[in-house]
Write a protein that binds this ligand. Structure first.
Ligand code: KG4
Ligand code: ZN
Length: 334
């Protein structure tokens, strides 16, 4: 089954063709990062307009890359939530038109379910049940993937997402948006221990997380040094900051793994590209004797292929939509 998959929830327009949920025939992407960099973050109105400009050409490009024609498309999958509402609407409307014109089913896909499904593309042998930590620009949650379309949140952030926190600190340090990857790169050249950072505990909920205290601590440290005219060792600061994020995510995820009794852990979302977090999970899983699934970097960030993978399983579960499909800015993964 060939699924044409559309993703437009934030600042990447992406169109992919995925066969039977596991094989990527094409994965085309038009990034808007260069445009939003000027503003230090995503400008929703600009994002929507850029999606409209890119999406038609990208769909043609995806078919050409896949070596198929419009008649070979068996269904259209699309991110319909969560995301910037104007941006998501562009993809949803394009997908509706394509499904109607081609007379094929329309499959709505939750963006975060898509991030988890990136692992099905990277690891053909991976099947639920397993545990997945999703860490992206807007979400941080530990998910019990009981089945392809049956998911349960075991823990999540009470305030900021991990990616948001990386981007904010990077921005104050003068790195261009989105600064997570740049901060990660600098951290690798730094030494830990000079700037110890707080790791918050959410009382009464051992699997929930909080990043706002850490973000504030890092920002205060940077501002105070600026006011006093002190020079910070930026790579060392990045190393300590990354360690604190990892020390928030890894022990909670490992505790959830032990609680569920699963021996399979997958990581998903843009922040899953972080080298410190990847390394710490490798160590922790080796110690526990658990199988770790770390998708390649290009499948961590937003892409169309992950939407095509999840769309296949949503289709098998009977989750299709009509032309009245709407887009939603927020929606639970469950
Ligand atoms: O999943 P994603 O591409 O988009 C959302 O759905 O949010 O995640 C983007 C986030 C951004 O905050 C970005 O800075 C962060 O992922 N990110 C990283 C790294 N690469 C991307 N954060 C830390 N270390 C990285 N290497
Ligand atoms: Zn995403």
């Amino acid at each position: 089954m060939n699924i044409l998959a559309i993703e437009s929830s934030c600042d990447e327009t992406a169109v992919a063709v995925v066969r039977d949920g596991r094989t990527v025939l094409a994965d085309c992407i038009a990034s808007q990062v260069a445009i939003h960099k000027t503003y230090g973050g995503v400008v929703p109105e600009i994002a929507s307009r850029k999606h409209i400009e890119a999406i038609y050409g990208l769909a043609d490009q995806a078919l050409e890359t896949a070596g198929i024609t419009r008649q070979d498309i068996d269904a259209v999958g699309v991110t319909y939530a969560p995301g910037l509402i104007g941006a998501v609407l562009v993809g949803v409307n394009f997908a509706k038109a394509a499904a109607m014109a081609l007379q094929v089913p329309l499959i709505p896909v939750h963006h975060i379910r898509g991030h988890i499904a990136a692992n099905y593309l990277a690891f053909p042998e991976l099947e639920p049940p397993f545990l997945c930590l999703v860490v992206s620009g807007g979400h941080s949650m530990i998910v019990d993937v009981q089945d392809y379309t049956k998911l349960k949140i075991l823990g999540s952030t009470r305030d900021d997402a991990a990616g948001e926190c990386f981007d904010k600190v990077a921005r104050v340090l003068g790195m261009p948006y989105p600064g997570g990857a740049a901060l990660d790169k600098l951290a690798r050249t730094g030494t830990e221990g000079k700037y110890p950072m707080p790791v918050a505990h959410v009382s009464g909920s051992d699997l929930d997380m909080s990043f706002s205290g850490l973000k504030t601590a890092a920002l205060n440290l940077i501002h105070n040094a600026g006011q006093k005219g002190e020079t910070l060792d930026v790579p060392d600061l990045c190393a300590d900051f990354s360690k604190a994020v990892s020390d928030t995510l890894v022990p909670r995820t490992m505790a959830a793994l032990e609680q569920t009794g699963y021996k399979k852990l997958a990581i998903a979302g843009g922040v899953a590209a972080n080298s410190r977090i990847r390394g710490d999970f490798e160590t922790a899983c080796a110690k526990l004797g658990a199988e770790l699934y770390l998708p390649p970097l290009k499948l961590c960030g937003d892409n169309g292929a992950m939407i095509g993978a999840q769309a296949y399983y949503e289709y098998l579960a009977g989750h299709t939509a009509g032309q009245d499909l709407n887009a939603y800015a927020t929606m639970s993964i469950e």
